[in-house]
Every structure is written in C-alpha cells, then in structure tokens.
Design a protein around this ligand. Structure first.
Ligand code: GLY
Length: 334
C-alpha cells in the first residue's frame, strides 16, 4: 500500500492507495467513534467493514443524489439512528457520494468526521481528496457546499475493475489533466502507481491552497470548456470526456497567446488520444455559443479567465481576448 499525506497541520490526513486498500478501513476509522454510517448508492458493488457497529444508507443514483432534499433525508436517518458528533460517516462511491456524504458530515451536528472510500477513478484522483463537498440547486451545479476535510481517504484500485467502461474512461479525462500538472508520463505507470502519483499532485496543491484562494485553481485545467459543454447539456458527454476536449482547447488558446509552441499542443492531443478520449467538439456544437457560456463559469473571477499552460507551467490567466477564445474553439470543430 502507498500512503500519501494531505498536509493540513492538525487536520492532516492519509490517502491509502492500493489493490485491496478498502480492507484498511477499520485502521483509519477515527478513534472514539462508536458507530459508522456507510453512505453509498445501490449500484455500487463495494462492501466495506468499518470494524465498528455500522448501518448502510443509500442515496439515489447519479446527480439525482446531489440535492438538499437528499441531505435532509440522510441527516434525519442519522438522527433517528442516534448518531452523535463522536461517530463517523463512511462514504463509499464516486464523486457524487463523496459530495453528498461529505456535505452531510459537514453539517450534521455542526460537523462530524468522515472517511471516504473512493470507488471510481474520478473519485480516487480528484473528488475524494481536498474536502470539497456540496450539492446542486436547480439554478446550477455545486452551488451549496462546504470545505470539510475527511479524516482519511481510501483508494482501492481493485474497485476500478468493477466500473462500467465509460465511467472508467471518464476518469481518464481527469488523469490526462495530471500529465500537465507535473505528472508527465502517467500512461507508463501501473494502476496503483499512477493513482498514487495523481493523489500526490492533488495533495500538494490542496496543502498549499486549501480554499482555492489561488493555486488550487490549476486543478480546473481543461474545465472551463468542459463546464460549458456540460451546461449546454445537449451532448452525450461524461465529465472526463468534456475535460479531455477542454485540455486540447486550453492548449489551442495557449498557443495563440504565444505561451506554448505547436509541439506542446501536439503533446496535449497525443495524451488525450492515448486514452481514447475526444479532442474535438461534439457534432452540432456551436463554438461561439460555448464561449458565451464561459462568463457564467463559477471560476470566472476577472472577466474571461482560463487556466492555461505556459513557460511557468499551468496557471490562471486573466483578461483573454475573446477573439482568441473564439478562434481556438473553431479549431476544435469536428
Ligand atoms: N476538483 C477541483 C478541486 O478539488 O479543487
């Protein structure tokens, strides 16, 4: 097993990565907890043993789980069961479960401890680490939430074999992102090693900027166009697939700004293509309409800001000429 620490002072926590890592759960359940509420989804075929009295609570499948109504329902069930602030929530699932269970942990009794057992690639290399929790509103995704760090995270790479192929491929979109955040040739590593490498990169970023005051924004590399594609919603694209297109888009913007050369753009296309992920806009999409959606992105702090590659690595770049954004989007027409 590999153990990576997310260094947050007295809230530092371990991320345990490896084949069969879920069997370490009882070791990381916080001391003093008498009961564990295991929050998961029906479709997740992963069983865990927290080593203390526990009950399983399921939330609806997919994004349907990410509502305040589900949070209220779970918290009511925890109250009826007599969960106290000394007890623990164990989230078992992907990004959706982490978001909902983590948010329940943040607000139940003004905050109880939680451990995340991430069962998807996207959960293991992104969602489960860093303490972002929350739910959607009809007005938009992730509009209500809290930063609430887990006590420990478990990334059992054996569970990745249970994923539907498209879910796994979606995770590869986030993996592709880490190639450009210092991961370099992740494709050449074995499964546990590359998950551990991504976890290390994310852990370092979160430790440097827990609440996204600056550097943490680099984790959104490729996400501006991805969010626009997801908001436009007419396309059959998973999050990671949209991120893959967004990475190539960010490279096309960066080369037009003279921040990177054509070889680096090619590198983006090679990495994304190497994971069999899309590098062009979905058929029927309108580049101009997608660029219009950028201004609505939650991360847009100073007009049109994008996270871009450049001589000093990946960083947020403000005040980009809309003509460049449009030209780069045109370059991605399928
Ligand atoms: N998924 C981006 C972050 O955790 O900051």
């Amino acid at each position: 097993m590999k153990v990576i620490e997310v260094d947050l002072g007295d809230r530092t926590y371990p991320v345990i990565v490896g084949d069969g890592a879920r069997h370490e759960l009882a070791e990381v359940v916080p001391r003093g907890a008498r009961r564990a509420a295991v929050i998961t989804q029906e479709a997740i075929p992963v069983e865990v043993d927290p080593g203390i009295e526990h009950r399983v609570f399921t939330v609806p499948d997919g994004e349907l789980a990410k509502t305040l109504g589900v949070v209220e329902d779970v918290c009511q069930q925890l109250a009826r069961w007599g969960m106290t602030r000394a007890d623990v929530i164990v989230a078992v699932g992907g990004g959706v479960v982490t978001d909902v269970a983590g948010f329940c942990a943040a607000v139940y009794h003004r905050g109880i401890r939680f451990v995340s057992v991430a069962t998807t690639l996207l959960g293991q290399i992104d969602a489960a680490i860093g303490g972002k929790t929350g739910v959607n509103l009809p007005e938009g995704k992730n509009l209500v939430g809290a930063f609430w760090q887990p006590s420990a995270v478990i990334c059992d790479t054996a569970t990745l074999a249970t994923l539907p192929p498209r879910e796994y491929r979606s995770g590869l979109g986030e993996l592709a992102k880490y190639h450009f955040l210092g991961g370099d040739d992740l494709a050449g590593l074995g499964q546990a090693d590359r998950v551990a490498r991504c976890v290390q990169i994310k852990a370092d970023v979160v430790a440097a900027d827990e609440r996204e005051g600056g550097r943490r924004a680099i984790l959104n590399y490729g996400h501006t166009l991805a969010h626009a594609l997801e908001t436009a919603a007419d396309f059959d694209l998973r999050h990671g697939e949209a991120v893959a297109v967004g990475l190539v888009y960010a490279a096309e913007v960066a080369v037009r700004l003279g921040r990177i050369d054509e070889a680096r753009v090619h590198e983006h296309r090679r990495v994304v293509g190497g994971y069999d992920l899309p590098a062009t806009l979905p058929p029927g999409s309108e580049p101009a309409a997608l660029v219009e959606l950028f201004a609505r992105d939650k991360k847009a702090v100073d007009g049109l800001t994008l996270v871009l590659d450049g001589p000093d690595g990946v960083e947020p770049v403000a005040g980009i000429d809309p003509a460049v954004l449009h030209a780069a989007a045109e370059a991605l027409r399928s």
